[in-house]
Design a protein around this ligand. Structure first.
Ligand code: FAD
Length: 319
């Protein structure tokens, strides 16, 4: 399959349309997810990201007064969904690969499965803290930062596997993406520190960047400019999420640690229902996309959150 960076090169400066999908909640239907995104194939996404959702912990009180900790997973199935996307749509899937919840050996097995399936792209992430905890804790013999996982994947690409004396073995061929935050990662004390560690991820072998969602393009433009000043030369893909409910103006800043422009907040607050809010979100996103295209953003990458109708309307206007 083709690497994301090669898709970008092959586009010759024409913006690429791409999406991110979330695995269905356990017990739900994969068919619904695929049927939902099928209409978006009209815009020929060369790749589709599939998120990964780490384990969560439920605490159950037992009759003897102790607490039983149960590990559960709400949205399993990332690898299977990637395979289904590849075979149904002939599109390159980009599985998200996390540090959180994995030992490095489990990660290696996960990457080997992807390699066997012919999946040559991976978005490498630390992951958020396991629910209900508020701080990230690496699994024993796992990684604390995405840069460490980038290094493991880059080593596999050189044929260096864990605990193998007779290296190099046959190398993998992953194109490695990493995440970045135009408004700063919430744990970083300041932008300088965040850029320092972003550069470190690139130096360890990352090939491209995908940004957190933003609603003011200036944040993306400033971010790209600073990256270039720091010597980060890889493609920087803007992540976009059209607002689709009135509640999101409260929820999104809290969950994703970002700011919404006053004009957008006012426009959503003036809506009488979610249908109107959805329309405002579509129009805002169309303007964002047009400006990003004018500034030669390589890809417009949409966080679908499982819904495609608003993305369809936006894509029709801008591609
Ligand atoms: P890192 O790059 O490791 O950075 C985390 C923090 O540590 C930052 O503040 C950074 O400045 C700091 N830092 C980095 N290296 C060091 C170091 N060596 N020493 C000290 N500090 C350091 N989460 C999921 O669970 N599943 C997903 O599928 C998923 N997909 C995502 C897709 C995108 C495009 C984005 C932007 C985020 C996604 N996330 C996902 C959320 C992501 O996992 C969280 O934002 C997480 O908190 C940080 O991940 P990271 O890879 O950016 O971490």
């Amino acid at each position: 399959m083709t690497k994301i960076t090669d898709h970008i090169k092959a586009s010759n400066g024409k913006p690429i349309f791409s999406i991110e999908v979330i695995p269905p909640i356990k017990g739900d239907n994969l068919k619904n997810l695929l049927d939902n995104i099928e209409p978006l194939m009209e815009f020929k996404p060369p790749f589709i990201d599939v998120t990964y959702h780490r384990e969560e912990y439920i605490e159950r009180p037992l009759p003897d007064g102790t607490i039983q900790k149960i590990v559960t997973r709400k949205r399993p199935g990332t690898v299977g969904i990637c395979s289904a996307i590849m075979h149904r749509f002939g599109v390159d899937p980009v599985p998200h690969v996390l540090c959180g919840g994995f030992t490095r050996e489990e990660t290696e097995d996960f990457l080997i499965d992807l390699h066997y399936l012919g999946i040559d792209n991976a978005l490498v992430l630390r992951g958020d803290p396991a629910k209900p905890f508020s701080t990230f804790k690496a699994k024993e013999n796992g990684y604390t930062y995405a840069s460490e996982l980038v290094e493991q994947v880059a080593n596999m690409n050189r044929g260096i596997y864990l605990h193998e004396e007779d290296t190099p073995l046959a190398p993998s061929n992953f194109c490695i993406g990493v995440a970045a935050y135009p408004e700063k990662h919430f744990e970083a004390a300041n932008h300088d520190i965040d850029f320092h560690y972003l550069k470190y991820k690139i130096d360890k072998g990352a090939d491209y960047i995908v940004t957190q969602m933003f609603f003011d393009n200036k944040k993306y433009f400033d971010f790209v400019e600073r990256c270039r000043q720091e010597g980060i030369t890889v493609p920087i893909i803007p992540g976009l999420k059209p607002i689709s409910t009135r509640k999101q103006i409260q929820i999104l800043p809290k969950i994703f640690h970002l700011h919404l422009p006053d004009d957008l907040v006012k426009a959503i607050e003036a809506c009488e229902n979610d249908q109107q809010a959805r329309q405002v979100g579509i129009e805002w996103s169309i303007q964002q996309c047009r400006e990003l295209i004018a500034h030669e953003a390589p890809v417009l990458h949409f966080y679908t959150m499982g819904k495609a109708d608003n993305i369809m309307k936006i894509a029709r206007e801008v591609f």
